[in-house]
Design a protein around this ligand. Sequence first.
Ligand code: BES
Ligand code: MN
Ligand code: ZN
Length: 503
Amino acid sequence: MSVELKFEIRPGDLSGVEADLGVVLAFKEQGPAGPVGAAVAARLSEIMRGDRFEGRSGAHLLWHAPAAESFSCRRYLVVGLGRREEFTLERYRRYLGDALVSADRVGAERVALTLPDDSVGPIAPRDAALALAEGAILGTYRYDKYRSEPRSGRRHLRQITVATGQAPAADVKAGIDLGRITSDATNFARDLVNEPAGTLTPEVMAGIVRDSCRDSGLSVRVFEPDEMRRMGMGGIIGVGQGSENPPRMIQIEYTPDSKPSRRVALVGKGLTFDSGGLSIKTSEGMETMKCDMAGSAAVFATLRALPKVAPRVQVMGLMGMAENMPSGRAIRPGDVLKIMNGKTVEVRNTDAEGRLVLADVLSYASTFKDLQETVDLATLTGAVVVALGPMAAGVTGNDRAFVDELVRAAGRAGEAVWPMPLYGEYAEHIRSDIADLKNTGIRYGGAITAALFLKEFVRRGLRWAHMDIAGPAFGDKEYSYIKRGGTGFGVRTLIRYLQDASA
Ligand code: BES
Ligand code: MN
Ligand code: ZN
C-alpha cells in the first residue's frame, strides 16, 4: 500500500498556501475557477492566453512561478474542466486524480487545491470535499506489491492542502474524512482483487478477514467444508471440489450502536480463480480470472469500513469463496447438485459456477427471518459486459423500488450501475429435464437468466437486488482514477446505500 496522504484544510483562497504545486481549475474559455485569489488568477489568465490554453476538458498547463514574483506555490498546474454547464463531481474526481498523478510525476510533495466554487451550481461543500478526497486517494493508487521499484502514483506526494474559500470547514472536513474511508476501502478491495490467485486462496482469504476484523467490533465466522457439507451446501462444495484449495463461506457481522433501522445482508461471489472447470475456458478467457472474487472483496471491504461509517443498519457480509478447477474430482457437465434450500441443479456447464456458489449463500441468507434486504455482487456473466460494456454494472432484483434505490446510491457515489430487466418468461430456459433447474440458459439474455437462477434461492419476502459487476470489476484500460486491474467497484455504492438506509 502506498503512503498515506495527509489532508489539511485552509479557509480562504489559494494565494496564501505554500506548496510545491498549486492545482487550479479552469472552465473552457474562462479564467481560473474556485478560490485562487486575485493575483494568482490574473497572472495565470495571462499565462493561459499566452499559451493558448482554452481549458479544454482534461488539458494540463504547468507553469513555474519565477522566484522574483513571490507566489506561494512553486508551480501551478492549470487543469481544463471543459464547459461549466457540464461540470459534475465525477469529473472533478477524475480531473483531480489525473492532476495529482502529474503533480507526483514532477516530484511535488505538497499540493494545494481548491474546491469548486458556487458558479457550478448548488454542490454541497461536503459532497465536493468527498469527491476531492476520492479523486486524490483513488487516483494515486498503484498496485506495486510485486514490483522491485515503485511506479508513479504516490512516490513523492504526501500532503494536500485544500483552500476552502467560503465553505464551512466542518463540512469540508466531514467530506474528506468520509472520502478517506470510502477510498481506503475501495483501494483495499483493489489490492485483494489484484492479488494473484496462487496466493489468495479461499483459506487465505478467510485468514485475512479474521486478522483484519480483530478488534474492529466486527464479528467473523468462517464455515469450513465439513460444516458446509452438513448444512447441505451442495453448490459451493461442488464447485470447489475440483481444486486443491477447498472452499469457505465467510460471515462478517456489523452491529450498530443504536437500534438498527433495517437488517441487510451483502453477498459476494468469491471465486478466487475461475478456470471454467471441466468446461474449461480458453487461455485468453482465464487470463484475468483472479478477478472472479471481486464481489466478495467489495463486500469485505465495505464491512471493514462500516465501524468507521457507523450507519444505523445491521449488516451481515457473506462471502462465498471457492476455486473452480478441472481435475479428476471436479464436477462434470450432467452432474446434479443439491443446494441448501433443497432445490436440485443439473450442471450443464461447469463455467456457470458463480450461480451455484451464490445459490447456497443466498439460501443461507434466506434462513435469517429478520433480514429485510439482501444485495449480491458478482462477476457473474460475460453477457452483462456485452450488454453494458466494461464500465457499468447491471442491477436487477425482485423489488423495483429497491433496485432503484441502489441505482440512485450508485449515481451519488459516482459508480455506473444500470437497471436490467428480469423477464420471468425466460425462466423456461433454465428448467432441466432431470432436476429442478439447470445452470445455463440459451445464448441470448445470459445476464437475465443468471439472475433468474439466483432468484430461485431468495426466500419470499426478502427484498433482493443482484449486481452483475463482471464489466467494471477489473479493467484493462485506465479511466482516470479507475486504474487497470482490480477497481474496487461496488464499495462506494454499498457504503452510500447503507448510509442512506440508515437515515
Ligand atoms: N466469471 C465468469 C464471468 C466473467 C466473464 C467475469 C468476464 C468477468 C469477466 C463466469 O463464471 C462465467 O464464466 N460465466 C459464463 C456463463 C456461461 C457459461 C453460461 C459466461 O458468461 O460465459
Ligand atoms: Mn465461470
Ligand atoms: Zn466465474
